[in-house]
Design a binder for this molecule. Structure first.
Ligand SMILES: [Zn+2]
Length: 269
């Protein structure tokens, strides 16, 4: 079972523009593809991916309900393939109500990207999202950026300590480009608090490091905390699996990162 735990999808009409916007934000980083659902499913299936956690970021509060409707529409179309995470924004007027609605739509988590949404993840204005999600929905946080500390490992740690019942997924080894810091800080916390609800994914990270470096990061968090993902449309499943295949992991570690950790997080095993 291979699960892509980090995939963005956009309605066909805006996919090209949305992909171009992300590429520009990340300094012209080359996006693999256009960001449509069909392409994700096609490229993923060709590479042997069984299921996908799909989400989209609301850059302004006005987009939240439309994104949630769209993701739930996609999940209804491919219920065996897709696990949908909803959108939320700290400036959304009735956070609690929309979180109840997205749960009723069958969405199973929330994606936040504080650099696109312009807030620090430990800012009080985001607390209503965490309060409404604690014990119910995991939150996938984009984490890490050398240009800003809004989603830094320190701030993620503040959220974890303040909301211990909240399941958090710190994307990109919980700190894109600040991997040593994130793995030291969060890895230590996980070892000292084995019941904590911290997860991470290795998306958009393997391209930037040696296989040995990635193995060390996975072991610092523990393979039962790490999920494989493409960050589609940034990368495609085939190339991201090829990067992952270069790591010297035990069969158990591989199985966890490629799917079992996600199933555990989702409460399916
Ligand atoms: Zn993302």
């Amino acid at each position: 079972m291979i699960i892509d735990a980090h995939a963005h999808i956009f309605p066909d009409k805006i996919a090209q523009k949305a992909s171009a916007g992300i590429s520009e934000f990340y300094g012209g980083m080359n996006m693999d593809s256009g960001g449509t659902l069909n392409e994700l499913l096609q490229k993923g299936s060709e590479a042997g991916v069984d299921r996908f956690i799909v989400q989209s970021v609301a850059t302004v509060p006005e987009q939240v309900t439309a994104i949630n409707d769209y993701i739930s529409y996609c999940v209804d179309k491919y219920p065996d393939k897709l696990i949908g995470f909803g959108a939320m924004h700290p400036d959304f007027p009735d956070i609690q109500k929309e979180i109840e609605r997205l749960i009723s739509l069958g969405l199973r988590g929330i994606k936040l990207h504080s650099d696109f949404q312009n807030f620090a993840i430990d800012d009080e204005k985001a607390f209503p999202i965490y309060e409404a999600s604690e014990g119910r929905l995991p939150i996938l946080f984009h984490c890490g950026d050398p240009r800003s500390d809004r989603s830094s490992p320190d701030r993620l740690m503040n959220v974890v300590k303040r909301f211990p019942r909240l399941t958090v997924i710190g994307a990109h080894f919980a700190g894109w480009t600040v991997w040593e810091k994130s793995s030291e800080l969060l890895g230590k916390y996980i070892r000292e608090n084995p019941k904590c609800r911290i997860y991470t994914d290795c998306s958009s990270s393997l391209y930037a490091m040696s296989p040995n470096h990635a193995e060390n990061l996975i072991r610092k968090f523990g393979a039962d905390r790490v999920m494989w993902g493409t960050d589609y449309p940034m990368w495609n499943a085939k190339e991201e699996l090829a990067r992952f295949d270069k790591l010297s992991l035990t069969p158990r570690e591989r199985e966890l990162v490629l799917g079992k950790t996600a199933l555990k997080l989702l409460g399916e095993i």
